[in-house]
Design a protein around this ligand. Structure first.
Ligand code: GDP
Ligand code: IMO
Ligand code: MG
Length: 437
């Protein structure tokens, strides 16, 4: 029996979905633990190279018969969840009894998205926007922490939902009017429609909701392999990321235990996922960012456009101070390196091995985001490596320059690689170690 947590080691979109899909093969249960539909995990499957994007449902869903659990620490837009369920069922996936939605998870309501959009527009005027996905994540977590949130379990109680929505809007309407003008404040019929829609979605979800923590404990107790799927990435963590340019949840490994109500003594391994370069969507410091033709070439070769919002992702060189920080925060004892193939066309590849700030050399990012923005990366340079065979199954199958790159990163990161991914498909993977072993 093994419990393995998969965590994004950077700013999200590292290829967590692909790795979770691979590791699910030997797992009995897969648990999403943080965030909500701000995540977009793309899987490329089968001879037709079919793309499936998961947002709320764990990426293990492509393997029939696996239990897919949404932890209580998530924030769930019930309509987004119903859409995702319908899309998966259309593909013949997600059979009856596979999905369990934690009834303690919080519900994203239309006013969360409204407020987030207005706030971002308002902040934009002052150059302070976070560049969120506008899926209502921040405002829903705010309501949760303020102890006014609507939980999935509440959707079964119409009177409770109505009372909570009224209480919330009583406080939020002045804010909505301040940010968006009186015309932005929802009228009676709009609020009634929001409540009716949430209750109708809740009724459709009812048979799928239950005690996620207990179900995770049951699997662990039965000696099953349980896989936790992280969303976002370590540097977007609410407590340890590049605050305020972060998401509103715990993205690091500890977040898995918190969300599922599982004690940390039950966890056996933490696998961090890192790309062979770095990307970031939205605002915030990004010391290795390439605002030039090389950045554009990486964006093009890597298809670096957001799965949720379609925004072009900012691209840059691999950032070892940031990676080391991620390794430390989650206690990662292994890494998966993805998208090595994307760098194939470049004549030279750089890696930031440290930062220089105010005459000091730093091996981890400075805590203050303004300091991080001022930090100058110190680069190591590697020769380019040309095409990577799609059927590479061992590091010796890689071009020598690519192998040197992989071995140097492994040494500098200080933890071994479990796998190296050289393409989006399942078989385009060099498997070195099994984290469940
Ligand atoms: P996630 O949010 O961490 O699951 O990552 P995303 O799915 O948002 O972004 C990763 C993208 O890279 C997806 O489109 C994957 O299909 C793709 N991908 C994953 N691994 C590889 C790889 O090794 N090479 C290439 N070329 N693409 C990959
Ligand atoms: P996956 O799971 C990349 C970023 C947003 C923004 C910040 C806050 O696919 O890796 P939010 O909507 O969460 O309040 O936005 O966090 N962000 C992500 N970036 N991948 C993600 O998820 C992200 N989820 C949120 O772009 O900068
Ligand atoms: Mg993504």
């Amino acid at each position: 029996m093994s419990v393995v947590i998969v965590v994004g080691a950077q700013w999200g979109d590292e290829g967590k979905g692909k790795v979770v899909d691979l590791l699910t093969e030997t797992a009995e249960a897969v648990v999403r633990y943080g965030g909500g539909a701000n995540a977009g995990h793309t899987l490329v499957i089968g001879p037709q190279r079919e793309k499936v994007v998961t947002r709320l449902i764990p990426s293990g869903v492509l393997h029939p018969g696996k239990r897919c659990i949404l932890g209580d620490g998530m924030v769930i837009d019930p309509h987004a969840l119903l859409d995702e369920i319908a899309q998966l069922r259309e593909k013949g996936l997600l059979q009856k009894g596979e999905l369990l939605v934690g009834h303690g998870a919080h519900v994203i309501l239309p006013y969360h998205k409204l407020i987030e959009g207005l706030r971002e527009e308002h902040a934009n005027k002052h150059g302070r926007a976070i560049g969120t996905t506008r899926r209502g994540i921040g405002p829903a977590y705010e309501a949760k922490v303020a102890r006014r949130g609507v939980r999935i379990r509440d959707l079964a109680d119409a009177a409770r939902v109505r009372a909570l929505v009224e209480q919330n809007l009583d406080e939020l309407n002045p804010l909505i009017a301040h940010l968006g003008g009186a015309g932005a404040v929802p009228d009676r019929s709009t609020v009634d429609r929001w409540i009716d829609d949430a209750l109708a979605a809740g009724a459709q979800l009812q048979g799928l909701c239950g005690d996620a923590s207990r179900e995770v404990a049951r699997h662990v107790g039965a000696g099953h392999h349980v896989l936790f799927e992280g969303a976002q990435g370590s540097l977007l963590d609410i407590d340890h990321g590049t605050y305020p340019y972060v998401t509103s949840s715990a993205t690091i490994a500890a977040g898995a235990c918190q969300s599922a109500g599982l004690g940390p003594t039950k966890v056996h391994a933490v696998v961090g996922i890192t790309k062979a370069y770095a990307t970031r969507v939205g605002g915030g410091p990004f010391p290795t960012e390439l605002d030039d033709a090389t950045g554009e070439a990486i964006r093009h070769a890597g298809g670096e456009f957001g799965a949720v919002t379609g925004r072009p992702r900012r691209c840059g060189w691999l950032d070892l101070p940031a990676l080391r920080f991620g390794v430390r925060l989650s206690g990662m004892d292994g890494l998966a390196l993805t998208k090595l193939d994307v760098l194939s066309e470049l004549p030279e590849v750089h890696v930031a091995i440290s930062y220089s700030l105010d005459g000091k050399e730093l091996d981890e990012p400075p805590i203050d985001p303004d300091d991080m923005a001022r930090a100058k990366p110190v680069f190591a340079r590697f020769e380019g490596w040309g095409p990577i065979p799609r059927d590479a199954k061992d590091l010796v199958d890689l071009p020598t320059a690519a192998r040197k790159y992989v071995e140097a990163i492994e040494r500098w990161a200080g933890v071994p690689f479990h796998l190296v991914s050289v393409g989006p498909e399942r078989q385009e993977t060099i498997v070195l170690r099994d984290p469940f072993a």
